[in-house]
Design a protein around this ligand. Structure first.
Ligand SMILES: CSCCC(=O)C(=O)COP(=O)(O)O
Ligand SMILES: [Zn+2]
Length: 204
């Protein structure tokens, strides 16, 4: 039996929807198969009630190779998932959500990076240094999504990011990981960091 990650993606999307991170069809989730194709949420689906028909399987060039429902179109942000899988061959899951906190903190970013707090939670993103100086790369939002994807590709090919996450300004975060479970953990930690940074601004 071939591996099918759709049940895990459906469960993850329901949890993220319940957190308020995938409201009104926002966000997209994908997971890669051994042949390097990936299942991604079809565009415009309600993420709190996905079924196995609400997906599209595409190859790494973005060509549709399996369509459970002929009305489905790949997520409008498929090019970002493609870019992540091309830049990080070990990545098997890529999750993108829109939280209020990600959007608020993105407005405080100066330059091209969000400076992350040097707190214990960074270990959950793979940072084990004492007093780490770590940033999350940020990107401008463009209506033309392939342009965002190209800017991600250009930047990551020059320098890989400190953490497996990126933030699109006024839009939301994207994380990637070797497994769907790890991607969910990374997403929860990224969202925790956004909440922390917002709260910190109120007590400083
Ligand atoms: C209300 S969400 C606007 C589009 C977007 O940013 C998103 O994440 C969802 O797009 P999709 O095509 O994957 O449904
Ligand atoms: Zn989005």
């Amino acid at each position: 039996m071939n591996y099918d990650p759709r049940p895990e993606l459906i469960t993850a999307a329901r949890q993220f929807y319940q957190q308020g991170w995938m409201m009104g069809t926002a966000g997209n989730l994908s997971a890669k198969l051994p042949d390097n194709s990936f299942w991604i949420t079809a565009s415009g689906k309600s993420k709190g009630k996905l079924t196995e028909s609400d997906f599209v399987r595409v190859n790494l060039d973005g060509k549709v190779i399996e369509l459970p429902d002929n009305n489905n179109r790949p997520s409008a942000e498929t090019s970002i998932h493609q870019t992540i899988y091309q830049c990080f061959p070990n990545a098997h899951a890529c999750y993108h959500v829109h939280s209020v906190e990600a959007n608020l903190i993105s407005r405080c970013v100066k330059g091209d990076n969000l400076v992350l707090p040097a707190i214990e939670m960074l270990k959950g993103l793979g940072i084990w240094e004492e007093n780490p100086n770590v940033v999350m790369p940020t990107f401008k939002n463009h209506l033309d999504v392939p342009r965002i994807a190209q800017e991600i590709r250009d930047r990551f090919s020059r320098k890989p990011p400190d953490v497996p996450a990126l933030l699109i300004i006024d839009h939301g975060v994207t994380v990637w990981a070797d497994t769907t479970e790890q991607a969910a953990n990374y997403l929860e930690i990224a969202e925790y960091l956004f909440r922390y940074l917002i709260a910190a601004r109120q007590v400083e």
